[in-house]
Design a protein around this ligand. Structure first.
Ligand code: EPZ
Length: 424
């Protein structure tokens, strides 16, 4: 199993190119199931989660070719021959549930494993199921699987009023509704840039959708969707992660392709903590405005709020900011698993329920650490960038799910970081 070794050092400088968004690509890929014509995605990220989704689509009979060194995914679902998403794949990646809506809409049947819990929380899929039921789907939960059937005339339009915002349930409902008879209205829908990106792709395939980027999305079902080519939106979480690097370690870094409107609440928060963020044609440039970073309070929220997917990385920054910060996690009940590891590096953090109180210390100290999920892992790398001595981050496979070329990208701006192979 590989580890990443970071040795804390001096200021960073240069440019980090930001890839296409993992979480957009993971919902754009199942959209291929909606059409018998090819769907091509450009600006795809090179990640293990993308390979897992390719494998899942392949098991359903879709063809997925990875071209141009993985940047282009050419997909065709002309000859679908499967309807079952097996537990072996779904347990590896929860986004597998996103094949449910498209399969049901196109083939009228689907059998998808329930994902079960995960490191950051229970993460049920009840909202996905309720949305599909509102479109007439008949669902049965048996042997750990959802067995779903569309009524004889296919799915029909419906009104779905989500009790709280769910990105995945909005995506599943959106995709299913594109081929349903009549109009579907999604109320309290997610507004994330990845949802808007999915809608733009579906529109390019001929879907009739309005209201994307607001909390009410209306979909007028059509008989069929056609092929399209779509560019995956920039990964705002990779962007935010690397924006924190020069704030932790000092220096000035430009994030190639970054746009402020993808992360406005996050930008405002780091500015409050003492960052200077400048937008130009090249992307976003970040440095400390003057002097050390200051404590700030953070509350995670659905878009346009502060993203839960940047909470762990923000905590790494606040560990050495001046003063006491309170982070409140409102989306996932168990998303502070990085705190005990940061404490091993000398951080002062007190976790109590959905809150973490962080009191800044002068310096963190390198230590062997490991994390239980993707964002927690990268927060340990950020912490290691300015820590005294060597930080060894284990369980690197979490990072490979969501950050392409993390070592090369950070080395490119002067970080002292390497990946090593270890036995066992
Ligand atoms: C997406 O997960 C992202 N994953 C997550 O990215 C991200 O943290 C999350 O949205 C929130 O922004 C992908 O896009 C592939 P939700 P998703 O449904 O869709 C509860 C990362 O690190 N809920 O918006 O699964 C749920 O438990 C990650 O890249 C239900 O109760 O998130 C959570 O508390 C991990 N019932 C809240 O809603 C449901 O049916 C929001 O979850 C669905 C969700």
């Amino acid at each position: 199993m590989d580890s990443i070794i970071v040795t804390g050092g001096g200021p960073l400088s240069g440019t980090i190119p930001i890839a296409g968004a993992k979480n957009a690509c993971l919902t754009l890929m199942p959209a291929t199931l909606l059409s018998d014509e090819p769907l091509t995605l450009t600006n795809a990220p090179r990640l293990s989660d993308i390979r897992t989704m390719s494998q899942l689509l392949g098991s359903l009979g879709a063809e997925v070719s990875s071209l141009s060194d993985g940047l282009v995914l050419a997909m065709s679902s002309h000859d679908l021959n499967g309807e079952r998403a097996d537990y072996d794949i779904v347990r590896k990646m929860r986004a597998s549930i996103l094949v449910l809506g498209p399969l049901l809409a196109r083939q009228g049947r689907a059998v998808v494993s329930l994902p079960g819990g995960c490191a950051i929380g229970a993460r049920p899929v009840d909202l996905h199921l309720k949305a599909l039921e509102a479109m007439g789907a008949e669902l049965e939960l048996r042997d750990g699987y959802v067995h779903a059937k569309a009524p004889s005339g296919g799915l029909h339009g419906g009104i779905v009023d989500f009790p709280f915002v769910s990105v995945g349930a909005t995506e599943n409902a959106l995709m299913a509704a594109t081929l349903a008879r009549g109009t579907t209205v999604l109320k309290n829908a997610a507004q994330e840039p990845e949802i808007v990106d999915l809608v733009h792709c579906l529109q390019a395939m001929g879907a009739q959708i309005s209201g994307e980027g607001t909390d009410t999305i209306e979909i007028q079902g059509v008989d069929r969707l056609h092929g399209a080519t779509h560019r995956v939106v920039t990964d705002r979480i990779e962007l935010g992660t690397y924006m924190l690097a020069p704030l932790v370690a000092g220096g000035e870094v430009t994030l190639g392709g970054g746009r402020r409107n993808l992360l406005d609440a996050f930008c405002t928060k780091i500015e409050e903590a003492g960052a200077e963020v400048t937008e130009s044609d090249a992307g976003l440039t970040v440095k400390r405005a003057n002097g050390p970073m200051q404590a700030v309070d953070v509350e995670t929220q659905p878009f346009p709020g502060f993203p839960t997917d940047l909470q762990a990385q923000m905590m790494a920054l606040l560990c050495t900011a001046q003063g006491t910060s309170v982070l409140e996690e409102k989306i996932f009940e168990n998303r502070f698993m990085h705190a005990p590891e940061l404490i091993r590096m000398g951080a002062e953090i007190d976790v109590h329920g959905g809150h973490a109180t962080v009191t800044g210390v002068d310096k963190l100290k390198g230590a062997p650490v490991m994390a239980t999920d993707l964002r927690a892992s990268v927060s340990l790398i950020l912490a290691g960038l300015a820590a005294q001595g060597e930080t060894r981050v284990g369980r690197v496979y979490h990072l490979d799910r969501g950050y392409e070329h993390v070592v090369a990208k950070l080395r490119g701006v002067g970080a002292n970081i390497e990946r090593i192979k270890e036995d066992g």
